[in-house]
Write a protein that binds this ligand. Structure first.
Ligand SMILES: [Fe+2]
Ligand SMILES: [Fe+2]
Length: 277
């Protein structure tokens, strides 16, 4: 690892630095405690016929959070050094703490519901692969942050749609409400950091990054196809999921001014190829 003084050479604009500090403060202001703030007395209350598919999906979600936690630990100092901004380290440490809390709270939930360890070796291997695609190779920092925009949106939509289910376990709904609060901030951070990063990429870099994103969306789609029967069993409509994810990504790429580079319609074509309706 490179030593920290490199990160102290300020490269970003004053405005950018303040945004990272604001996000850092927001995390502190809205911090929740997984043991004290979640109302564990609410459940778990899972309808018996939905128990298996529901817990299977929560296992997948837990696996993704854990993978995200490992990846941010590997990538945060690399991102700080590349962007030469110590405020970025402040913010990423806070986000890393969020991801640790997400992994912890889901682990405690699965333990409480007696539903731990329901992933097959293949499913665990697929989750590992997402982490590898998202953070290795060339342009690692750009690749990680761009992949995170996709995965945060994917996770947030799963949380939202699950919370909308009429017979959602009230304990899970409470936990998901807290996790969503953090994920919204994580997406805000990506809107702050990505336009500059992508704007500075060479043509070769852009081509590489775009190919890597399509590979990531393909791998996630293979995973989603495997999870589809469980999602359908608990009442999540996969077509609606794909439609909303595409719309959300499209709006966000536009909002962040990176829609010439990242195209939600191309993501959608990949998803449709792997998960036909
Ligand atoms: Fe998370
Ligand atoms: Fe996150």
């Amino acid at each position: 690892m490179r030593r920290s003084p490199v990160a102290v050479a300020l490269g970003a604009s004053e405005e950018q630095r303040n945004l990272y500090r604001d996000l850092f403060r927001q995390q502190g202001d809205r911090l929740w405690n997984a043991d004290r703030d979640v109302d564990w007395s609410l459940g778990p209350k899972i309808p018996p016929e939905k128990r298996e598919p529901w817990l299977k999906l929560v296992n997948v979600f837990y696996g993704l959070e854990y993978m995200g936690l490992e990846t941010i630990q590997v990538m945060m100092s690399k991102a700080t050094h590349q962007l030469r901004d110590p405020n970025l380290n402040l913010y990423l440490a806070a986000q890393c703490q969020d991801e640790a809390r997400h992994a912890y709270v889901l682990d405690r939930y699965l333990e409480t519901a007696d539903g731990k360890g329901m992933l097959s070796g293949l499913e665990s291997g697929l989750i590992d692969k997402f982490g590898t695609i998202a953070s290795f190779g060339f342009f690692r920092v750009e690749n990680w942050l761009t992949s995170t925009l996709f995965s945060e949106n994917f996770a947030a939509l799963f949380l939202q749609m699950s919370r909308g289910l009429p017979d959602i376990d009230p304990l899970a709904a409470d936990i998901f409400r807290f996790i969503l609060r953090d994920e919204v901030r994580h997406v805000n951070f990506l809107h702050t950091v990505l336009p500059g990063l992508i704007g500075n990429l060479s043509r070769i870099g852009r081509i590489y990054l775009w190919q890597s994103q399509l590979l990531l969306v393909s791998a996630v789609s293979v995973g989603l196809r495997r999870a589809k029967p469980h999602a359908v069993a608990i009442g999540i409509d996969i077509e609606e999921f794909k439609d909303t994810l595409t719309d959300n990504l499209d709006a966000q790429f536009r909002d962040a001014g990176i829609d010439e580079f990242l195209q939600a319609a191309a993501y959608r074509r990949v998803m449709d190829r792997f998960i036909p309706s």
